[in-house]
Write a protein that binds this ligand. Structure first.
Ligand SMILES: Nc1ncnc2c1ncn2[C@@H]1O[C@H](COP(=O)(O)OP(=O)(O)OP(=O)(O)O)[C@@H](O)[C@H]1O
Ligand SMILES: C[C@@](O)(CCO)CC(=O)[O-]
Ligand SMILES: [Mg+2]
Length: 327
């Protein structure tokens, strides 16, 4: 039996534009998904107690046609099964053990579908735990690569390497197409996260941006401008100039909003943080609902968000310099 964990992330800059080859800077945060893998004779049995609806938890067999006997949206179940099935397939491939059976248990403290990269953390931790259980130790970069294949597959070809690379490596990273690297010397950033309790449909949101980009040259320019913000931002990152970083985050949020991926609750959390004198604030991840990230080393944005209608949870998220690890 092996347990591995991997962190979620926030985007300092660059989500959505990264899908079109612009750079992005995601940062791992100290919120993790833990996956325990135990080799069994055959098949795949999954325990996912976080996949809850109306008090039901989901347990299912990943093989065959059987679906869990609970009242959960089919799409949720399919996605959940897809991530674990494909992660296990990657582990079997890496260990050259095509028939290995697994019992997999998943638990985490990353809200699902909220822009904090729970799917990437799940896939990265699952590949690490399952390969180790089979006696194979992959380097973090190898896990990142395989985890990307899984997200790409499950999300119908609409995934960048950003979430999976960040979760596998930890820290602040820079991703531009296939070029992925860790940014050295960034140990701390004062992230405050506001969560509206909702979720966005990543596939639909990415498709919406793609359509706008195809329809309007100025939407394509907007995506390219996000790339300019990222290039400016990465130059500022090492200096610790939070004032300028925040200004660039604000600009990035405005452009994401123009691309149609913000929402009323995300906007009101962003404004609550700004009104409380955060250096800057923006949505993180696919958008549509879920989380915003603000930069503030005082408790002011934290307190303001606590009293913001539509904000269900607010917490500080330390930058996690550790990526995937065995527990
Ligand atoms: N702890 C968990 N247990 C079971 N399934 C999980 C868990 N965490 C994530 N998942 C799977 O990942 C899906 C969420 O992935 P999705 O990409 O939609 O959102 P996200 O990764 O949280 O946010 P984003 O990709 O915008 O950063 C869930 O619906 C579920 O299938
Ligand atoms: C919206 C997006 O840029 C980030 C989702 O966390 C999609 C991706 O990069 O795969
Ligand atoms: Mg995801």
């Amino acid at each position: 039996m092996v347990t591995s964990s991997a962190p979620g992330k926030v985007y300092l800059f660059g989500e959505h534009a990264v899908v079109y080859g612009e750079p992005a800077v995601p940062c791992a945060i100290e919120r993790r998904v833990h996956v325990t893998a135990t080799e069994i004779d055959e098949g795949l049995r999954i325990h996912a107690n976080d996949l809850q609806l109306d008090g039901f938890t989901v347990e299912y067999s990943g093989d065959g046609e059987s679906h869990p006997d609970v009242d959960v949206a089919e799409s949720l179940v399919e996605a959940g099964m897809g991530y674990v099935n494909e992660a296990v397939a990657q582990a079997r491939d890496a260990a050259d053990a095509p028939d290995a059976g697994f019992e997999i248990s998943v638990e985490g403290d990353i809200p699902l579908g909220a822009g904090l990269g729970s799917s990437a953390a799940l896939v990265v931790a699952a590949i690490d735990a399952a390969t180790r259980e089979l006696g194979v130790e992959l380097p973090a970069s190898g896990i990142a690569d395989r985890a990307y294949q899984v997200e790409h597959e499950v999300q119908d070809g609409q995934a960048s390497r950003a979430d999976t690379f960040c979760s596998a490596m930890g820290g602040a990273v820079r991703v531009e197409g296939d070029d992925c690297r860790r940014l050295d010397g960034i140990d701390t950033l004062p992230f405050v996260i506001g969560y509206d309790g909702g979720a966005g449909d990543t596939g639909a949101l990415v498709a919406g941006v793609r359509d706008l980009r195809e329809e309007y040259d100025f939407a394509a320019d907007t995506v390219a401008t996000i790339g300019d913000i990222v290039r400016e931002g990465e130059a500022v990152l090492g200096t610790g100039d939070y004032e300028r970083l925040g200004e660039l985050m604000d600009f990035n949020h405005g452009l994401l909003s123009a691309l149609g991926v913000s929402s009323r609750s995300l906007d009101s959390m962003v404004w609550a943080a700004r009104d409380a004198d955060a250096h800057g604030a923006k949505l993180t991840g696919a958008g549509g609902g879920g989380c915003i990230v603000a930069l503030d080393e005082t408790d002011d944005a934290l307190t303001a968000l606590k009293y913001t209608p539509g904000c269900e949870d607010v917490f500080r998220a330390e930058l996690d310099t550790d990526g995937v690890r065995q527990e």
